[in-house]
Design a protein around this ligand. Sequence first.
Ligand SMILES: Cc1cc2nc3c(=O)[nH]c(=O)nc-3n(C[C@H](O)[C@H](O)[C@H](O)COP(=O)(O)OP(=O)(O)OC[C@H]3O[C@@H](n4cnc5c(N)ncnc54)[C@H](O)[C@@H]3O)c2cc1C
Length: 396
Amino acid sequence: MAYGNGRSYGDVCLNPDGVLWTTKGLDHFIAFDDETGVLECEAGLLLRDIQQTLVPRGWMLPVTPGTQLITIGGAIANDVHGKNHHVMGSFGDHVLALRLLRTNGEVIECGPTEKADWFAATVGGMGLTGLIAQARIQLRKIAGPWLETENIPYTNLDAFFKLADGSEAAWEHTVSWIDCMSRGEGRGIFMRGNHVAAQEGPQLKQGKKTVPMVPPISLVNRATLKPFNFAYYHFQALKSGKSRIHYEPFFYPLDNLLEWNRIYGPRGFYQYQSVVPRPVGQDAVRAMLQEIARSGEGSFLGVLKTFGSRKPIGMMSFTQPGVTLALDFPNHGERTHVLFARLDAIVRDAGGRIYAAKDARMPRDLFESGYPRLSDFLQYRDRGISSAMSRRLMGS
Ligand SMILES: Cc1cc2nc3c(=O)[nH]c(=O)nc-3n(C[C@H](O)[C@H](O)[C@H](O)COP(=O)(O)OP(=O)(O)OC[C@H]3O[C@@H](n4cnc5c(N)ncnc54)[C@H](O)[C@@H]3O)c2cc1C
């Protein structure tokens, strides 16, 4: 199966005992139209290289996730989302066409109106319909690289939902860091931002830091989590207010700390990202935070965000109208899995789903209930392709 830049957290990009096709060499720009903002490129091109080339020319990708170190193929195959889902939808909403290579030698050109069924299966199709070789993408016009942003501390979930609802009309980017160690109350820092036409702003700091080695045990543990989250909340609350920020630190805060995953030690970590429908969203998020507090497990990285009402193009896309919670947990074996089983029960009861790009362990029944178009999707699978994830959740 195709391997982009391996930035998925689980086994969606892995194929133990099988072949991986690295797409690193498929990294060419093919054409760009400065008038319309339509980019044609190969699928192994990194989002970073697109942004660094085209932002100075006044164009940007309309949707990007929390890292730009991913490929176009990976962005389409997981139909990734960003902080502006309520305005722009997900990555696939901006793909005009793609070229799919199948292991039987077929080449399928598809898009939202041409062979739309193949397009809907491939966007969010986790690399299982074939190899995406090229894509045509509609970029969005920007006046410059800066955003006007505002950080607002909040002390409970009610306040979060008021801020999220109240920001949707006027703010393109909204997201929040949530302190999952705050006993189910859900205090956090709400962040919102808009692109600005300013000609001046802070320049990018040069140089990246690297976590130099894998420590023998996870640095994220019971002793460090609570004080870290407490300190982070209060530090960010002190810095709250408006500021002008370059797009790179705003969108991709982790890209400046290379090998950050090493802090979790040799056993690594899991991310647990779910989305639940909005009417039951607040109760479900509260219940998840309470389970986490009860379990004694915890996370540095808690992200809470509302998705807009736009339905995704892909049959297997993750986004759906509702609220999404993403948390990184150090891998403590059985203890962590017991917590995940409790979180799964909440997501299942709420009619939600887990994000396959971030998953390595969801039970099959939750996958099947969360993705009701699975049986349609299976008709488009490339029989020559499978992954650890497809074998775990689809049986082949
Ligand atoms: C710090 C960080 C923050 C993140 N934030 C977000 C976020 O905000 N929102 C979000 O949605 N995701 C987020 N992610 C997840 C990430 O965006 C996705 O997992 C993305 O798909 C990874 O792309 P990749 O190029 O590394 O692909 P890989 O991880 O290598 O592969 C992902 C899938 O794409 C398939 N694939 C890759 N290339 C092709 C191709 N050419 N043809 C067919 N299939 C292909 C693979 O087979 C696999 O199924 C984040 C990840 C990190 C590390």
